[in-house]
Write a protein that binds this ligand. Structure first.
Ligand code: CP
Ligand code: NVA
Length: 315
């Protein structure tokens, strides 16, 4: 069964296919979309809030001809101690695929293992692979002049500031190896990339996957793209005061951007908290492509759904 739980779950040829389909879906939106999911029912099972992921998947599935239902964990028997294994088995009898946003990464792994339908990770505390594929696609779109989409991102320097231990940071580490990017982190030492991602990159045989510094200017120097994420991820609200204090030196400002390449991009997965991890001026600047990123979630996820459903058909 084909799942998308982490960035490395697609082969290079599948990634090429996803990017090319996404480009096609974007160019032809509102004209013809093949009804790849016709006759299928997919569900979104969310343990946490969402705006972009939920809406872009709902719209994407319906544009591909599928039926979509959204389930909130608290309204399922899961929240009254029905096991994940039983829930996965039952949902597999009704649905053709499941898209899950959860806290523990083990939740998406358990559903994938116990069920018999494809599972897509719509964010866990560990990784956010749909966001990263859309982000890399968004950079490629901007830089793609004469080369292929994937070629155009090779060797680019990405500077990630703030909470370098969160799901987006982990996903950038995997993307760095997958798409041949240089990943340079800056943040407080207590928020450096953690043991779990280091273990995963070791298992994949990745070396020199990233650099980490406490100096924001050093990380941003000559960068092609500067990325940040909220300082207080969902589930970390109890640590809000400490995080905001420690991460303040890593706020992305116009001054900091001067250390990057002149045409550098600014990116953020959103939601953004202007005045915390980034200033409003940067969000509004010509460097910023935050809304292209948000839009591309739709096109890239339609491509992901198409490649997964094709892989399941040929199994
Ligand atoms: N970037 C992202 O995943 O946004 P949502 O939390 O709104 O889905
Ligand atoms: N790191 C953020 C990403 C939100 C899309 C969070 O987990 O809340």
């Amino acid at each position: 069964m084909k799942h998308f739980l982490k960035e490395t779950d697609f082969s290079n040829s599948e990634i090429t296919e996803i990017f090319s389909l996404a480009q096609n879906f974007k160019q032809k939106r509102n004209r013809h979309t093949p009804p790849t999911l016709a006759g299928q029912s997919w569900a979104l099972l969310f343990y946490k809030r969402s705006t972009r992921t939920r809406v872009s998947f709902e719209v994407g599935i319906s544009e591909l001809g599928g039926n979509v239902i959204t389930l909130e964990r608290d309204r399922l028997q899961l929240s009254r101690n029905e096991s994940m294994a039983d829930t996965a088995k039952v949902l597999s009898r009704y649905l053709h695929g499941l898209i899950i946003r959860a806290n523990d990464h083990e939740v998406v792994e358990t559903f994938a293992r116990e069920g018999t339908i494809p599972v897509i990770n719509a964010l866990t505390d560990f990784l956010h692979p749909c966001q990263i594929y859309s982000d890399v696609f968004s950079m490629a779109e901007k830089w793609n002049e004469n080369s292929s989409l994937l070629e155009s991102v090779k060797g680019k320097k990405i500077a990630f500031l703030g909470d370098c231990s969160d799901n987006m940071a982990n996903s950038w580490i995997l993307a760095g190896k997958l798409f041949d990017l240089e990943i340079s982190f800056a943040g407080p030492k207590a928020f450096a990339p953690g043991k779990k991602i280091d273990q995963l990159i070791k298992e994949n045989g990745y070396t020199n996957a990233y650099t980490f510094t406490e100096d924001p200017e050093e990380a941003v120097k000559n960068a092609d793209m500067i990325y940040t994420d909220v300082w207080v991820s969902m589930g970390k609200e109890d640590e809000a005061d400490l995080r905001k204090k420690e991460m303040l030196p890593y706020q992305v400002t116009m001054d900091l951007l001067k250390n990057a390449k002149p045409e550098s991009l600014f990116m953020h997965c959103l939601p953004a908290h202007a005045g915390e991890e980034v200033t409003q001026e940067v969000l509004d600047s010509t460097n910023s492509i935050i809304f292209d990123q948000a839009e591309n979630r739709l096109h890239v996820q339609k491509a992901i759904l198409s490649v997964i459903s094709e892989a399941c058909r040929s199994n």
